[in-house]
Ligand binder design. Structure first.
Ligand SMILES: Cc1ncc(COP(=O)(O)O)c(C=O)c1O
Length: 342
């Protein structure tokens, strides 16, 4: 639905029922899917044929919701995860190995900081944290021979720093690695990082996407733009045979869907952080009103920020849409819809 407005995509994308089929996305609450021959099951297991067989790997409800989020971001392929933490873990682990390194903006959600600074370090992956407002020289200096990705949040939780997406994308691409953006706070209503050079977007759908505080969840979207083959030596997991799938080379077999297919068929297979179809259904209901709720959130937040700014007992206020805020210009550039809403 790439030609439709984002408001229409919030409602219509991802699920396209035929005549006589349910108008509302059904909940496929089934662990397994039926086949009459074990030969066909074998082909599905071996990724020689596409189809559903086990919900840890793929489920029709989850796939429809992932497709909607993919469309909202303007991506090529997407998957749901059980939480935002799982999304950010998978997004990195899908392309690193022990001995690798990532560059990360220092203003990020505390849980993600712990994940990248401490937990993946125990797995042999080091992170260098950079001030999001650092110069291009300082940013470039953070890269190492073994750097495999750059990560940042479009709007940082809780600092509300707006990331200079073009600056980070440029540095990532000069060094031949993808730029991964957590777009949780901005949502695709306010910012679409792929339009500014990001390669992969992650979400904690737990927040505005869900919108009703019912379900913890996450999503990963791939733009399909990063050329893994051009940097094949850095990303052997995508560009050389996967022995756990009879020698499949993801980039050759799946093209723009290579990154998400690998994350689904390897990481989800082995680590299993799947979102339940019931939660995906509720997430989808939240997504249907995302375009209505996000502008209202922005309007309300700006009113609160202005009130507090003028309050004698308040020492300081930061809100990116507040005139004079240090993130104001970047917010206007990268999130124009947030301003139009106010
Ligand atoms: C920006 C951001 N990313 C990721 C997460 C982690 O998401 P979850 O709580 O869904 O695991 C959060 C949670 O607050 C967040 O704010």
């Amino acid at each position: 639905m790439s030609d439709f407005k984002i408001e229409t995509k919030c409602i219509q994308s991802g699920y396209n029922p035929g005549n006589g089929e349910p108008r509302v996305l059904p909940i496929y609450q089934s662990t397994t899917f039926r086949y009459t021959s074990s030969e066909q099951m074998g082909r599905l297991f071996d990724l020689e044929e596409s189809g559903y067989f086990y919900t840890r790997l793929q489920n029709p409800t989850n796939d429809a919701v992932a497709a909607k989020i993919c469309d909202l971001e303007g991506g090529a392929a997407a998957m749901l995860t059980s939480s935002g933490q799982a999304a950010n873990f998978y997004a990195i682990m899908n392309i690193v190995e022990a001995g690798d390194h990532i560059v990360c903006a220092s203003a990020i959600y505390g849980g993600t900081f712990n994940l990248y600074a401490h937990t993946i370090k125990k797995m042999g992956v080091e992170a260098t944290f950079v001030d999001p407002d650092c110069s291009e020289e300082e940013l470039n200096a953070a890269f190492q021979e073994n750097t495999k990705a750059v990560f940042g949040e479009a709007i940082a939780n809780p600092a509300l720093t707006v990331l200079d997406l073009e600056k980070f994308a440029k540095a990532a691409h000069v060094h031949g690695v993808p730029f991964i953006v957590d777009n949780t706070f901005a949502t695709p209503i306010n910012c679409r990082p792929f339009e500014w050079g990001a390669d992969i977007v992650t979400h904690s759908t737990t927040k505005y996407m869900d919108g009703h505080a019912t379900c913890v969840g996450g999503a990963i979207v791939d733009s399909g733009n990063f050329d893994w083959e051009a940097h094949a030596d850095k990303f052997p997991g995508l560009t050389t045979p996967d022995e756990t799938y009879h020698g499949i080379v993801y980039t050759q077999k799946f093209g723009k869907a290579a990154y998400i297919t690998k994350a689904t068929s390897q990481l989800m297979r082995d680590l299993g952080s799947i979102q339940s179809p019931q939660n995906a259904f509720l997430l989808n209901l939240g997504l249907e009103t995302l375009h209505l709720r996000v502008p209202r959130h922005c309007e309300n937040a700006l009113a609160v920020a202005k009130y507090l700014k003028n309050h004698e007992k308040v020492a300081w206020v930061t809100y990116p849409s507040l005139p004079g805020d240090k993130n104001y210009e970047k917010a206007q550039k990268y999130m124009p819809a947030a301003h139009a809403a106010c």
